[in-house]
Write a protein that binds this ligand. Sequence first.
Ligand SMILES: NC(=O)c1ccc[n+]([C@@H]2O[C@H](COP(=O)([O-])OP(=O)(O)OC[C@H]3O[C@@H](n4cnc5c(N)ncnc54)[C@H](OP(=O)(O)O)[C@@H]3O)[C@@H](O)[C@H]2O)c1
Length: 290
Amino acid sequence: MRILVTGASGTIGGEVLRQLLAAGHPVRALTRDPARAGLPEAAEVVAGNLAEPDTLTGLFTGVDRMFLAPAFAVARTAEQVVAAATAAGVRRIVTLSSGAVVDDEPGVEDADYHHADEVTVERAVEAAGVEWTHVRAGEFMANTLDWAQAIRTTGVVSSPFGKIASGMVHEADIAAVAVAALTQDGHHGAKYVLTGSELVTPPEQVAAIAAAIGRQLRFEAISPAQARASWQAQGYDPAFIDWMLGPEDAPLAESDFVGAAELTDDVERVLGRPAHTYARWAADHAADFR
Ligand SMILES: NC(=O)c1ccc[n+]([C@@H]2O[C@H](COP(=O)([O-])OP(=O)(O)OC[C@H]3O[C@@H](n4cnc5c(N)ncnc54)[C@H](OP(=O)(O)O)[C@@H]3O)[C@@H](O)[C@H]2O)c1
C-alpha cells in the first residue's frame, strides 16, 4: 500500500509524512521544489505543482491512497487532480479541510474567505467515487509560531484577541487522525472536526510558552485598530486582515473580540486518547521560542 502525501513540506503534511514513515508505510511525497523542501530520505520525493496538473504526470502511478493538502493550492484544479488520481488507481483520499466548513452551506460562493477552497476540494473528492475522509481541523496551535520572533526579541506578545478562548489543536493530533483514516478501515465518509481538549486564551498560551522555555513573557492587549496598523506594516494580505478584523470602513467592535469556540471529542474518538493540550504543544516547540 503506497500512500501519496501532498503538502509534505508543510506543517500538517510534514507531520503526516513523518508518522507514516515511522509506522513503516511506503510513502511518496509531493513538493514543488525537492531541493528546498528538505524531506526525509526514506520518502520517495516527487516534484510537481497541484495548481498545474500537467506537472503531475506519473505522480499517482502505483499509489493506493492520498493525503490531499493544502486546499488553497488545489481548489482551482481539484476536479482534474482527483480525476487523474482515480484514473491511475487511487482508491482513498483524505483531505485536510477546515472546521469552518459547515454541511448545510448552500454553495462555495457562500463560504467565507478562509474556507471556500476547502468546500471546493471536499466536494470534488466526494464526487470522485473513492473512499474519502475529511479532516476538518480547527485553529492550529502551530499558528502561534508567528509569535516566535517577538518572544525571542522582546518577550512581549501583542494581540487584540486576548479574550477569545480557542480550542486549538496540535499538528500531531491532526496528522494522527489523517494517518488513521489513511491506514485503517472504518473512516470512509467521516468528517472529523478536530479541536484540542481545552479552551485557551492568548494570555494563557503565552503563559504556557513562558513555562516551557523558563522565561518571563508578557501578553499585551491591543485594539483592533492597532492590530490593523501593525499587520499592514508587516505586509499581511489585506483580505486576511479584513477577515480577521472586519473591513476598514465597517470594523468589528471591541465587543466582538470576546468569546469561546466549541470543543469536539473527535480526536479522542479516533485515537482513543484525549487531544494534546497547549502546554504539551509549547513543550514540544520550546526550541522554536528560545
Ligand atoms: N492555520 C490554521 O489554523 C488552519 C486551520 C484549518 C485549516 N487550515 C488549512 O490548512 C492548510 C495549510 O496547511 P499547512 O499549514 O500544513 O500548510 P503550510 O505549512 O502552509 O505548507 C503549505 C504546503 O503546501 C505545499 N504547496 C503550496 N502550494 C502548492 C502547490 N501549488 N502545489 C503543490 N504543493 C503546494 C507546500 O509545498 P512546497 O512549497 O514544498 O511545494 C507546503 O508543503 C490551508 O489550506 C489552510 O486553510 C489551516
